[in-house]
Design a protein around this ligand. Structure first.
Ligand code: DAH
Length: 340
């Protein structure tokens, strides 16, 4: 028996000699102390031992089991300590490192201006209507008193998708959609992208416009002027004035071009206003009676005014941007400057 015990002790010493993880140790432990382990098997064999030898045998076996348990216990403690130390080392966090920051976004200057314009006009009672970017020739031109062959079609270089469909060249197309559906009083604002085959230092094939339309009984050019004064003061500053110059658009009669007094020099004349003291900001006019008629609105009862402005132009004037291309290039060094 003693031989067997010695053999088991030797086997245990051999098995744990190179063990490096508490997990492997646990597996080895089971081979000896588990239910079917070698020591447990020996203990089961006690049944076959003559009764008078059992007490002494029992003592020896218990001693073996205790020795084994202690050996494994001590080893396990040592391995666990090493493993824990390694885990802590692996998980060590350097709290002095700078944190990882996610750069937060900001509104594009165009969006800022659109939001500001919408809020100024909403304050005057305008509702927002957004028309489609792909339009019929009818809404973009014909219904706006610009039939085929009309020379005013040359004012805008159009991207045609087919004989009938085109990328809208002006948000004015939305006016017709609104007047067809709604009867006066009408007071809408229509922001959106427009497209023209035009690309140079001051033109982009895609840009944004903001259209306005008011139709009701007794609307006059004075109402337009009053509203424009209010708009100019809110967007460009309290002391800014507006002036109307005669112009031509097929869908308005009379038509005007609207200037604001230069907010840079206060009207004295500077580089921004090219020495004139005035800066052109939008086109406008009284809705042409043919246009009203075409939409089923009686021009002898109702009158209206309309206006349309280039959003990029307003953004450039307001923020002092001298190159329109910057508004389309997504250069974060430029865009960062508009972070609120
Ligand atoms: N649609 C014109 C353009 O793109 C701008 C414009 C002028 C709009 C006069 C209007 C208006 O509503 O009344 O050049």
């Amino acid at each position: 028996m003693q031989e067997k015990i010695n053999e088991i002790e030797r086997q245990i010493d051999e098995a744990v000699k190179d063990v490096e993880s508490s997990r492997t140790l646990q597996e080895i432990k089971m081979k000896f102390l588990g239910k079917t382990g070698k020591i447990s098997e020996l203990m089961k064999n006690m049944r076959d031992v003559p009764p008078e030898q059992r007490p002494s045998m029992g003592k020896v076996l218990n001693a073996l089991r205790q020795w084994t348990e202690e050996k494994f216990g001590a080893l396990e403690k040592r391995l666990k300590t090493i493993e824990l130390k390694k885990k802590y080392a692996d998980e060590k966090i350097d709290v002095t490192l700078p944190g990882r920051t996610t750069p937060d976004g900001a509104y594009h200057p165009n969006t800022l201006i659109i939001n500001e314009l919408v809020s100024v006009f909403a304050g005057m009672g305008f509702e927002v209507f957004e028309g489609p970017e792909i339009e019929n020739d009818y809404y973009n031109f014909t219904a706006l008193n610009t039939p085929a062959d009309h020379p005013a079609r040359d004012m805008q270089d159009t991207f045609y998708l087919s004989d009938e469909l085109l990328l809208r060249t002006q948000t004015s197309a939305g006016q017709i959609r609104v007047m067809e559906k709604k009867s006066p009083p009408i007071k809408i604002l229509s922001p959106g992208k427009v497209f023209r085959s035009d690309d140079d230092a001051t033109h982009s094939p895609m840009f944004s416009q903001m259209e306005g339309l008011v139709v009701d009984k007794g609307i006059t050019l004075c109402d337009l002027k009053g509203m424009l004064d209010e708009f100019a003061r809110k967007i460009f500053g309290e002391n800014v004035k507006t002036r109307l110059r005669p112009s031509y658009f097929p869908f308005t009669e009379p038509s005007v071009e609207v200037d604001v007094s230069c907010s840079e020099c206060g009207g004295k004349g500077c580089r921004l206003c090219k020495g004139t003291g005035w800066i052109e900001v939008l086109g406008a006019g009284m809705v042409n009676r043919h246009v009203l008629e075409g939409c089923g609105i009686d021009p002898d009862i109702y009158t209206g005014f309309a206006f349309g402005m280039g959003v990029e132009r307003i953004a450039m004037l307001k923020y002092g941007i001298n190159n329109m291309k910057m508004l389309f290039e997504s250069d974060t060094r430029f865009l960062k400057q508009f972070k609120g």
